[in-house]
Write a protein that binds this ligand. Structure first.
Ligand code: CP3
Length: 345
């Protein structure tokens, strides 16, 4: 059971309470569209150094909270700290994205060491507890991890992929090997999320950014089954912590994803709203789904899109968010306008 209602609107929503204004926060609300982030980033050696410095990670997490009346703060970190903590080399190259040391055979797999994950990531948990102590009483702290499938795509492809042929080749053709990798990631993810909860995370989001590239049977095996195991484990130990799942671009597979037992489902901006309203909303809380590119347009277009989403999904408890992360080129005044449009709806 999720514990008693508080002054936190996001937590109230998980109790099925419909607030006058829906709670809102934005994926990648901390990041390069904020000048104060770019300023701090330009002085830090690397993105990972920011992630592993508790006071800088705290500061960056709080930057959007100071600027905007959002209902949640999301820990500033990355889904790729888990493969890093398993012993792989991970780097973030400017304008190129992440580079991950690959694991494509049993010898490489045998080198992954899950025993040190939480020790390695101790600075992340220190950041979580510092943020928890500093947050305003109405703001909820969200911890997160990547889902095993999405993290595995980076561990096999070594970078953001175009066609995902290597990871699919192994997932479809070498499923014994791939199962072992996914099992290691399930355990590491459970440890990482449990440590965030122990440190003060109040809600968890599982990012499965590449869930949408899998056909039905593989979606079940590599997205639904691992997520179900993670949710089952967390719910056993932390029944009061709500879990949001984000199987991005899963299309009608979103319906099967309900079986994972998550408390809310984050929808991408391609998913038709009427379909989400009739197939998902009767069973779960929906979070989403403004296309972040709308924030590159004008006030009228932004207002219209927000009305369209709230007209369709706002009658039930609902969490307003984007359908994917904030982009570096989004003007801050448009973010402010979006917030006003949600509040004045
Ligand atoms: O504000 C927040 O949302 C919290 C922080 C957060 C980051 N990454 C910070 C980040 C979260 C929740 C993530 C999740 C993440 N990371 C995902 C899942 C969500 C999604 O976007 O689909 C994925 C796939 C990653 C892996 C990753 N990290 C990529 C592909 C990239 C490069 C692309 C890019 O936007 O630069 C990153 C880097 C990254 N993670 C940045 C930030 C703020 C940019 C780093 C910089 O400052 O240069």
């Amino acid at each position: 059971m999720i514990s008693a209602p508080t002054s936190k609107k996001l937590l109230q929503t998980f109790h099925g309470i419909k607030t006058t204004i829906p709670p809102f926060w934005f994926m990648r609300q901390a990041g390069r569209y904020l000048p104060e982030y770019r300023q701090l980033r330009s002085h830090a050696g690397s993105f990972l150094e920011l992630c592993y410095n508790p006071s800088l990670a705290t500061e960056i997490t709080l930057q959007p909270i100071r600027r905007f009346p959002v209902d949640a703060a999301i820990l500033f970190s990355d889904i790729l700290v888990v493969p890093h903590a398993l012993g792989l080399h991970v780097d973030f190259l400017e304008h190129k994205g992440p580079i991950v040391e690959t694991v494509t055979n049993d010898t490489e797999l045998s080198k992954l060491d899950s025993s040190k994950v939480t020790t390695f990531l101790a600075p992340v948990y220190e950041a979580v507890s510092t943020i928890a102590a500093k947050l305003p009483s109405n703001v909820t702290l969200i911890g997160f991890a990547g889902s095993p499938w999405t993290v595995a795509t980076y561990m096999i492809e070594g970078k953001s992929s175009k066609d995902f042929s290597l990871v699919k080749q192994l997932a479809y053709g070498k499923s014994d090997f791939f199962s072992k990798l996914i099992n290691i990631l399930i355990d590491a993810t459970i440890m990482h999320l449990s440590a965030q909860i122990e440190a003060g995370a109040e809600v968890i989001q599982l990012f499965d950014s590449w869930a949408g590239i899998l056909p039905e049977a593989a979606f079940r095996k590599w997205v639904i089954e691992p997520t179900t195991r993670i949710v089952y484990h967390l719910k056993n130990n932390y029944p009061h912590i709500p879990i949001i799942g984000f199987p991005r671009n899963a299309g009608i597979n979103y319906q099967d994803y309900l079986e994972t037992g998550v408390d809310a489902i984050s929808i991408d901006y391609q998913l038709p709203l009427l379909w989400a309203k009739s197939h998902l909303q009767p069973h779960t809380i929906i979070q989403g789904n403004l296309d972040p590119s709308i924030l590159l347009t004008d006030k009228e277009t932004i207002s219209n899109e927000i009305c369209r989403i709230l007209d369709m999904l706002g009658e039930q408890p609902f969490i307003f968010n984007l359908g994917h992360g904030m982009m570096p080129s989004i003007p801050i005044e448009n973010v402010e306008h979006m917030i006003n449009a949600i509040r004045n709806y």
